[in-house]
Design a protein around this ligand. Structure first.
Ligand code: SAM
Length: 266
């Protein structure tokens, strides 16, 4: 979609792009094509788009030969797509019952509203049948997701995302690719689910969240709420971890090994 088409539909529908709903509509057709091409995938059974907006991606996604539906919070836009015969869930994507509804290999695609971007990655990580995601983020969120140990961006989101997904960068997107243009750069990432089911549970997420609950404290102190101090100390010894280590000093792999070591100890 180009900027003239977007402005035309906005005025026909009486839509003023809403900041609260993160409504920065994509107006760069090359970026749209790259995202849609990534959704043509024989290994998936159906496609869900979060936030179709005015249809920059939707108008091509509906032509892929797979069952397709959208989740849209905005009243006018939900109605707009319903009237065009698209299956619409008119609900906040964070309140959609993903676990209950997703029973087949599903690809979720979105130019994500920035307010929900980190939470949706965490939420969908725990839905085993979501096997692929193609998401546009604020560049700094994308950097946090892909960050490695030692860098300033590394933390909770990096460990959670990398524990469930193989993540690749698809394309960087400048502000002028949107209407209205945001103040920040964006980046599209592609997530392919890893086959490590031992982390596909809330307990692992809670463990990582507790590990980072007080960033200045030692990891062993933060984990006191997860397991008894001695149990944590013994696990550190068995894995050869320094007791004075902080959460952000542990690699994703070390985090996972520590979790598996502590999981069955009470
Ligand atoms: N896909 C369109 C595009 O690329 O131009 C629109 C993307 S716009 C960044 C975000 C879209 O998500 C808007 O349509 C907005 O109304 C919708 N949205 C915002 N918050 C939402 C939420 N919590 N759940 C579902 N949709 C939401």
């Amino acid at each position: 979609m180009n900027i003239l088409e977007v402005k035309k539909i906005c005025s026909e529908l009486g839509i003023q792009p809403s900041k609260k709903l993160g409504q920065n509509f994509l107006v760069n057709e090359i970026v749209c094509c790259k995202i849609v091409d990534e959704c043509i995938d024989d290994n998936i059974s159906n496609i869900i788009e979060i936030g179709p907006g005015l249809g920059a991606l939707t108008r091509d996604l509906i032509n892929i030969d797979k069952p397709f539906s959208v989740i849209e919070l905005d009243n006018k836009l939900a109605k707009y797509w319903q009237e065009r015969g698209v299956e619409v869930e008119h609900i906040d994507a964070l309140k959609f019952p993903w676990q209950e509804k997703i029973k087949e290999k599903t690809l979720v695609v979105s130019n994500l509203p920035y307010q929900i971007s980190s939470s949706i990655v965490v939420e969908l990580s725990l839905v085993p049948h979501v096997s692929k995601m193609v998401f546009m983020f604020q560049k700094e969120v994308a950097q946090r997701i892909k960050a490695n140990k030692g860098g300033k961006d590394y933390g909770l989101l990096s460990i959670i995302a990398q524990s469930y997904w193989q993540i690749t960068k698809l394309v960087d997107v400048p502000p002028r690719a949107f209407y209205p243009p945001p103040k920040i750069d964006s980046r599209v990432l592609v997530f392919q689910r890893l086959e490590n089911t031992e982390f596909c549970n809330k307990d692992f997420i809670n463990f990582v969240k507790l590990a980072f609950s007080h960033r200045r404290k030692l990891l062993s102190k933060n984990l006191k709420e997860y397991r008894d101090e001695m149990v944590v100390k013994n696990a550190f010894n068995r894995l050869g971890l320094n007791e004075k280590i902080r959460a952000e000093q542990l690699s994703v792999d070390e985090f996972q090994r520590l979790y598996l070591e502590l999981k069955n100890e009470h």
